[in-house]
Design a protein around this ligand. Structure first.
Ligand code: DC
Length: 226
């Protein structure tokens, strides 16, 4: 598999800061961004809306193959449209995240989304954010980061993020959900969440976002990637 554009993969559990950090780096470098979690969330949301059972692998894989999705930028703000409907906020809801984690454990769904994810790799470069970017989707990526943070810290960050979107949730409930989702993402048979052998691990529990961005940009520069 040879690709012309450089790829930076950023994997890790939910709430470690991957989304924000990937977006910032992509913007600063002018590279494309793949939010692979959004594709699993979109598949889950489409299924929930159409009444497809969340364990019906065949129907869900069809759903994933035929997802009518547009990643748009409107007035500088990223927007995600599903069948023309703006679902940017809807896919971030807890219920959709939990359904996405179940859908993501089904091998036919992962297969259906594989090529769609690889198609995001275009010049001048790609920042790919997810769980298996460095292990499965872009194993040849020249720089792979694995971002972590303690479950408690991630629950706090998630609560803040939900509040900003007008949703409230108890910290203890969020912590339980995060632990359950970690377990499901790490223990699934296909493409489990784990660092690639050549990934660089960064624990962000004690780091703020600019510090993490700076570390990753230093690593990119050291490898002559940016
Ligand atoms: O990163 P996120 O919370 O938006 O991801 C939603 C779910 O999708 C998460 O539970 C794990 C799954 N996922 C995955 O299995 N593989 C990816 N590359 C990205 C996300």
């Amino acid at each position: 598999m040879s690709r012309t554009a450089p790829i930076l993969t950023i994997d890790g559990p939910g709430g470690a800061g991957k989304g924000t950090i990937s977006r910032m780096i992509a913007e600063r470098l002018g590279w494309h961004l793949l939010d692979s979690g959004a594709l699993y969330r979109l598949t889950a949301l489409a299924a929930l809306r159409k009444g497809v059972a969340i364990d019906d692998a065949e129907a869900l894989s069809k759903q994933a193959q035929t997802l009518d999705v547009v990643f748009a930028v409107d007035d500088g703000t990223a927007r995600i449209l599903l069948e023309g409907d703006d679902v940017t906020a809807a896919i971030r809801r807890e219920a959709v995240g939990n359904a996405a984690s179940q859908v993501a454990a089904l091998p036919p769904v992962r297969d259906a989304l594989l090529q769609r994810q690889r198609d995001f790799c275009r010049s001048p470069g790609l920042v790919a954010d997810g769980r298996d970017m460095g292990t499965v989707v872009f194993p040849e990526a020249p720089l792979k980061i694995y971002l972590t943070a303690s479950a408690e810290e991630r629950a706090k960050r998630r609560q803040l993020q939900l509040r900003q979107g007008g949703e409230d949730a108890r910290l203890s409930t969020l912590l339980e959900e995060i632990q359950a989702r970690d377990a499901r993402d790490m223990q699934r048979a296909v493409a489990p969440l784990k660092p690639a052998e050549d990934a660089i691990e960064l624990d962000t529990t004690q780091l703020d976002i600019p510090e993490v961005v700076e570390r990753i940009e230093t690593l990119l520069a050291e490898r002559n990637l940016a």
